[in-house]
Design a protein around this ligand. Structure first.
Ligand code: ACO
Length: 256
């Protein structure tokens, strides 16, 4: 995994193209560590994968009895006591959850396959830019597992329960054009134009006021859980803080 910061943009690159950026517990720990130590001035986080595919999901060696060197296997995880086992999944999920933080905007840049944990990593980002050869697949049910890396909620929020059921329970590929139609992709471009498209989006995101952007993202993230009345109250509260920051107390009191 590479981590680079250029100005207000941080780029995380999964860099195991020979294994199609297969993910392990070490990948998720590294992601969580990046989240915990992200420099405060970073506003946009870009996640990408080297090589032909974004990520082929969990390293299939986890399914073998010997598992991954130093990280065990599914068999050894299943042998843990219930609490330890759940704590292990909670820890893995930390690698994904921080990408939703209001103070940043996360962008997944997906080419080729994004399977299982790869699809969920893309889903944990706010936005997804796809190459025209991108394919999403929620493979877990085909392997006897459930998707447990934070991907089910954003999937349902984006495509609705019925389509999410169909996509997950068939474990089929969702191509770039369909992903665009379903709202799973914000933009689809030819592969050669991925860098340019990401650069344009990141630059556009950086044109807005940092604190206003964070407050707006907080509002938008909270909206599905709130009633209209609650959301209106949340808008008022956030605006009072904005106006106070911009104009002092008098401005905040005068606004409706
Ligand atoms: N774990 C470990 N190694 C992998 C994985 C993986 N998930 N995916 C690919 N690789 C390795 C292959 O074993 C191969 O290694 P080798 O060159 O040493 O033999 C190398 O990556 C290239 O793989 P190919 O299959 O040759 O690459 P191709 O580009 O043709 O296909 C694809 C890519 C479609 C991603 C295919 O590799 C694949 O289906 N991988 C398995 C996907 C999967 O089932 N993931 C688990 C999802 S469930 C979850 O994430 C919880």
């Amino acid at each position: 995994m590479r981590f680079e910061v250029g100005g207000e943009i941080a780029t995380i690159t999964m860099d195991r193209p020979g294994k199609r950026n297969a993910q392990t517990f070490a990948t998720w720990s590294a992601l969580a560590r990046i989240g915990r130590t992200l420099p405060e001035h970073v506003r946009v986080v870009v996640i990408r994968g080297e090589g032909p595919s974004f990520s082929a999901g969990i390293d299939l060696r986890m399914f073998s009895p010997e598992g991954l060197p130093g990280q065990g296997s599914f068999a050894s995880a299943a042998a843990l006591d219930g609490e330890t086992f759940l704590a292990r999944i909670t820890e893995a999920q930390q690698g994904f959850l921080w990408l939703r933080r209001p103070d940043i905007v996360s962008i997944a840049v997906v080419q080729g396959h994004a399977i299982g944990a790869g699809f969920q990593l893309a889903l944990s980002c706010d936005l997804r830019i796809l190459a025209d050869d991108a394919k999403f697949c929620m493979k877990e049910p085909a392997l006897g597992l459930v998707p447990d890396l934070t991907g089910t909620k954003p999937l349902v929020e984006i495509v609705g329960v019925a389509k999410a059921v169909e996509i997950c329970l068939t474990a089929r590929n969702v191509g770039a054009e369909e992903a665009l139609r379903l709202g799973l992709a914000d933009r689809v471009v030819p592969r050669a134009q991925l860098d340019e498209a990401v650069g344009e989006l990141a630059a556009a995101l950086l044109t807005t006021d940092r604190d206003a952007a964070a407050a707006t993202k907080r509002l938008l993230l909270g909206a599905p859980e709130r009633t209209l009345e609650e959301q209106c109250a949340a808008e008022r509260a956030e605006q009072a803080v904005r106006l106070q920051a911009l104009f002092g107390k008098a401005g905040a009191e005068g606004n409706g």
